[in-house]
Design a protein around this ligand. Structure first.
Ligand code: IVH
Length: 675
């Protein structure tokens, strides 16, 4: 009997290998060697055996790609190495500037680049532990994504396990999920036949299919995957020299890698590649919105490093924005968070670059005059990627006799306060401040947004009601709301009221950087807020800082400094902050110690690499503390690394550190240094 089951086990393993090999040939190599009917027969046979011998079911069996039960909600997955975005270049001049910056940064005349298509899909991360696909996640905000493992497993070109003898303990693959144009067309035909809504473009179809709580729906949608890099890893076989070798390695592990990936040298070859791919674009089986240039040498990549949320060693060269002609029906004026009045064109709906556009920005009064736009005109509208659509120009020949000239209102259309335009500014601004409901709503939405206080569920519909009913006037009022007040809002069940209340309570514990960002100070974005928190270390120091002191902080110039000083000079703002603190909003004041100029930055210029799990500190924690003292945390070890901090299960970075003779610290050692 035992011998028999062993035989069946072996047979099942062979069957699985054959099925997965077929998946690979079909979906990755695009070169099937087995008729579909034969494939179906093998899969059915495997299903039957697994049904008869459930003890033989394995997580990486091809039968496990479908049929998982629906989820209630997606869990969150942290990206230990953040999933960053790329900066964009829109023309040859910007690419030239990019190449020049790279050459200057490396002190060389010409650089070798790995060049690739820019897939127009969704970024995902796939985590393989000991060769098994354990988790897959969306990019989310770059730091935390949603756990979509079950959905990703339905994608046939994604290996469920790595077909190598000695799989690495950890290998995180990053890439893009998309829907091929042909699959998109047939999906829409099926949707139409079922009387269901068609998808606007392959990207939306891919996104809608991937974020399904029921994986059996995802399984019916054919999705594709392309790898373009690695994240966290402990893999001795992972090439350490170039990006192109990393890609070849991923292809050897059976991950799909775009055929169009190449290695080129110098600016001219970058531009030639852009032209060549542009010419093939229509014929490619998937949508792309540009090409990506990456410095090929990993050492050079590290030398260049990152700026804000994007690498300095890579850029996305976007294809020209897509344009369409339509009629401008009217011009409305929108009031932004800081009171800026923006004229917005209301358009006859038009399909541009895969979506229907009904509004487009006109930026400001000068732009309207410069472009000579009138209400009733026929206009050209442009949409570039995710950027807000804009009116590019007017077709004057088509101007009707009754076209009307637009006049920027002298008063705020929402609160009626006077609108003023300062001499050096392009925009008029409402002077109503936080007394203007439009500004108040935007300020509260910003305060609650994910990167700020992160109050989940507090969206524009709720905020509109809260402000219109005068239940909430400032962000501080949010913390005074009880469940009863929340439940009194329209379309708010008790359970949702409870959830919002809890989300508000949970947001009380925050970080100084988030809090500063949440205040919505003009010109203070997320990166500046982080810099302020790290260098000043306490809110009171920020409130007291004058313009000169603020300008001593790297990247803070006179305009930003003045915005900060103006913000805290407003008594109302300080009162709201005081109320927020009294309501129990708090953060660890020592997350960032006072640093730079005059005050010490003990770790200034020191580069750290973290590897393995530390006993008590999270990686984020350690990173924040190092950065607060002026240190830098890098993802890979090089001669320039000063310290490697090692926890349990360290990766190849540890070995590399030993071989380069770099100082190695454990958590206690790090703590001592931080003291
Ligand atoms: S590399 C550090 N390569 O573009 C940058 N990204 O704005 C890591 N994308 O979210 C990304 N094709 O979804 C890279 N060949 C490619 C890409 C690519 C598409 C997307 C990706 C990312 C966004 C960056």
């Amino acid at each position: 009997m035992n011998e028999n089951i062993e035989k069946i086990k072996q047979y099942v393993q062979d069957l699985r290998a054959e099925i997965e090999l077929h998946n690979y040939r079909y979906y990755v190599l695009d070169n099937p060697t087995m008729p579909d009917a034969e494939y179906d027969r093998l899969l059915r046979e495997l299903q039957q055996i697994e049904q008869d011998y459930p003890q033989l079911i394995a997580v990486d069996s091809p039968t496990q790609r479908v049929g998982a039960a629906p989820l209630e909600a997606f869990a969150q997955i942290a990206h230990h190495i953040p999933m960053l975005s790329l900066s964009n270049a829109f023309d040859a001049v910007e690419v030239t500037a990019f190449d020049r910056r790279v050459c200057e940064g490396l002190s060389v005349d010409s650089v070798e680049y790995a060049v690739e298509p820019k897939f127009d899909g969704l970024a995902v991360s796939l985590c393989y532990e000991n060769g098994m696909l354990r988790a897959g996640a969306t990019r989310g905000d770059g730091y935390t994504g949603e756990d979509i493992t079950l959905n990703l497993k339905t994608i046939r070109s994604i290996p469920l396990s790595l077909s190598v003898k000695d799989p690495p303990p950890l290998l995180e693959i990053r890439g893009e999920v998309l829907m091929l144009k042909a699959d998109f067309l047939s999906l829409n035909q099926r949707q139409l036949a079922k009387g269901e809504k068609e998808f606007a473009n392959p990207r939306n179809a891919a996104a809608g299919s991937l974020r399904q709580l029921d994986p059996s729906i995802t399984a019916t949608r054919r999705l594709a995957f392309f790898a373009y890099g690695v994240g966290e890893n402990r893999d001795v076989n992972l090439p350490q020299d170039t990006h192109s070798h990393v890609m070849a390695y991923l292809a050897s592990l059976h991950f799909p890698v775009a055929k169009e990936c190449q290695v080129v040298k110098g600016l001219q070859e970058l531009l030639a590649y852009y032209q060549a791919i542009g010419a093939q674009r229509e014929r490619l089986p998937y949508d792309i919105d540009g090409v990506v240039y990456k410095v090929n040498s990993l050492l050079q990549q590290e030398q260049l490093g990152f700026v804000s949320r994007a690498p300095r060693f890579a850029v996305a060269h976007k294809f020209p924005a897509q344009e369409a002609v339509t009629q401008l029906l009217d011009i409305d004026v929108q009031v932004g968070r800081t009171g800026a009045l923006t004229p917005v064109a209301r358009l006859k709906p038009v399909f541009v670059g895969g979506v229907t556009v009904t509004n487009a920005t006109l930026h400001n009064a000068d732009e309207i005059e410069r472009k000579n736009v009138r209400i009733g005109d026929t206009v050209i509208v442009r949409r570039a990627g995710d950027v807000i659509p804009e009116v590019v120009s007017v077709i004057l020949e088509k101007r009707p006799a009754d076209a009307r000239v637009f006049v920027m209102p002298s008063h705020c259309p929402v609160c009626g306060a006077k609108a003023v335009r300062l001499p050096e500014e392009a925009k008029s601004r409402c002077t109503g401040g936080l007394f203007c409901p439009a500004q108040r709503k935007q300020a509260i939405l910003h305060f609650a947004s994910r990167r700020a206080m992160d109050i989940e569920g507090l969206g524009d519909k709720l905020v509109n009601q809260m402000v219109d009913q005068a239940i909430v006037r400032t962000p501080a009022d949010l913390y005074r709301l009880g469940v009863a007040a929340l439940a009194s809002l329209e379309r708010m069940a008790d359970k949702s009221a409870n959830n919002i209340w809890r989300a508000i309570e949970n947001s009380k514990q925050t970080t100084l950087a988030r809090f500063i960002y949440a205040l919505g100070i003009r010109n203070v974005g997320e990166a500046t807020a982080k810099d302020l928190a790290a260098h000043l270390g306490s809110l009171d120091r920020l409130i007291e800082a004058n313009s000169e002191r603020l300008q001593q902080i790297p990247d803070i110039g006179p305009v930003v400094a003045q915005s900060i000083v103006d913000f805290f000079a407003e008594r109302h703002n300080c009162e709201v902050i005081e109320q927020l603190r009294l309501s129990g909003v708090y953060w660890d004041e020592h997350e960032g110690k006072p640093a730079s100029i005059g005050i010490s930055v003990p770790l200034n210029g020191k580069t750290f690499v973290l590897t393995g799990t530390l006993p008590t500190m999270s990686r984020e924690d350690a990173k924040e503390k190092i950065e607060a003292l002026g240190g830098k945390v890098s993802g890979s070890v090089s001669k320039k690394t000063d310290y490697v901090v090692v926890g349990t299960d360290p990766g190849s970075k540890y070995d590399k550190a030993v071989s380069l003779g770099i100082t190695i610290l454990d958590e206690t050692g790090l703590q001592a240094l931080l003291q």
